[in-house]
Design a protein around this ligand. Structure first.
Ligand code: SF4
Length: 359
């Protein structure tokens, strides 16, 4: 996809863009809300009416009354989820249409259908409940809804496991193998009760015995931002900063989660920083924009990035700039909104509503 802003937005200075955004927001008043994900640049978050993780923001989107325009500063699947959760009087815009999620792209619709076809030989939806991580396309959310499954985020994956195992014997979890695995371990499953479906191999590379034995089938997908961290980083940061507290996101590999002091969703990490006493040293294993904002917000604490070596940036979250936001707010009437069509919208809504109910 090619995307280029009109020249005046490309060439404007930051101060000019900020003025444009302020004026446009005032003009649109209560008709508009700007939702900003925690991983956005700080200057974007400053213009958000709400900042949150994908769960928090989707909940906010679902509760809006009287709002007509939702500008979602995040990535594509989040804007789609906001559209699914809101009525047809609301229009959702993604300021940078190139902002996707590589993890969501790892679960391709055709590949998931092929896996499901194979799992049908083992009982299909009599036996397996699909749980789709929020980071999926609307089409996969609809697949999940059609088969009685639900969506989860890192805030409520354990509640989703509880719900699923209360109704069916096994879980088919996609697309993040690490969140699925870490949640399974937290839930009390043994490592050999979870198997990995490798979509590049025939029948996922699994034998019928492995599928029969498994309680969870995990999709082979990951977030490159969170798999950046290693257990060695945790060891090194502890040596360098005695007394440091290490908190990581559950999209990190299990050995990192195990070596950390705490793990949890983006919201959990924000709360962890907020509640830590003055003088604390906190090393965080997640996206760099959130870490930098926490360090800026809590100057009385030492907040650092866990690896100390690499820059765990989500390039897709980073795509949204003041230029994009100014253009979207001033020209939304000429921009193609994010629209999920029927029947995908209603089917995906079933799965999303179930998530909101159990959380
Ligand atoms: S941080 Fe990872 S999971 Fe989140 S949007 Fe970026 S690539 Fe996707």
């Amino acid at each position: 996809m090619y995307f280029s802003l009109p020249q005046q937005y490309r060439e404007a200075t930051s101060d000019e863009l900020k003025d444009h955004i302020k004026v446009a927001k005032e003009k649109l008043g209560k008709k508009l809300i700007v939702l900003t994900h925690h991983y956005q640049r700080r200057e974007i978050v400053e213009f958000g009416d709400y900042v949150g993780d994908s769960y928090g923001l989707s909940k906010i989107a679902s509760q809006q009354k009287g709002v007509e325009i939702i500008v979602f500063c995040g990535v594509h699947f989040m804007a789609e989820s906001a559209d699914i959760l809101t009525d047809d009087n609301k229009t959702v815009f993604l300021p940078n249409p190139l902002a996707g999620c590589p993890m969501a792209d790892m679960a391709d619709m055709a590949d998931v259908m092929e896996a499901w076809k194979y799992l049908e030989e083992f009982g299909g939806d009599e036996v397996f409940m699909p749980i789709s991580y929020m980071n999926t396309t609307a089409g996969l959310k609809a697949f999940t809804g059609r088969h009685g499954g639900l969506i989860c985020t890192s805030s409520n994956a354990d509640a989703a496991y509880r719900y699923a195992f209360g109704k069916r014997e096994k879980i088919f979890f996609f697309p993040d193998e690490h969140l699925g695995y870490n949640t399974g371990i937290k839930f009390g499953l043994k490592p050999n009760e979870m198997v990995l479906w490798d979509f590049s191999r025939e029948k996922g590379g699994l034998t019928p015995e492995q599928v029969e034995r498994a309680k969870v089938i995990l999709w082979k997908g990951h977030c490159h931002v969170h798999t950046n961290f290693t257990a060695e980083h945790v060891k090194e940061v502890r040596e360098k900063y005695p007394g440091v507290k290490v908190v990581v996101h559950p999209e990190c590999p299990h050995e990192v989660v195990e070596a950390a002091d705490a793990n949890g969703s983006t919201r959990f990490i924000v709360d962890f920083c907020e509640k830590a006493p003055t003088g604390s040293i906190i090393a965080i294993g997640t996206e760099i924009n959130l870490i930098s904002r926490m360090a800026y917000q809590y100057p009385d604490k030492t907040i650092i990035e866990l690896s100390g070596k690499t820059c765990p940036v989500c390039a897709n979250m980073y795509r949204t700039t003041l230029n994009d936001l100014a253009y979207t707010l001033e020209s939304y009437a000429d921009i193609k909104p994010i629209k999920v069509l029927e029947p995908t919208k209603s089917e995906a809504l079933l799965a999303l509503k179930k998530m909101l109910e159990i959380s």
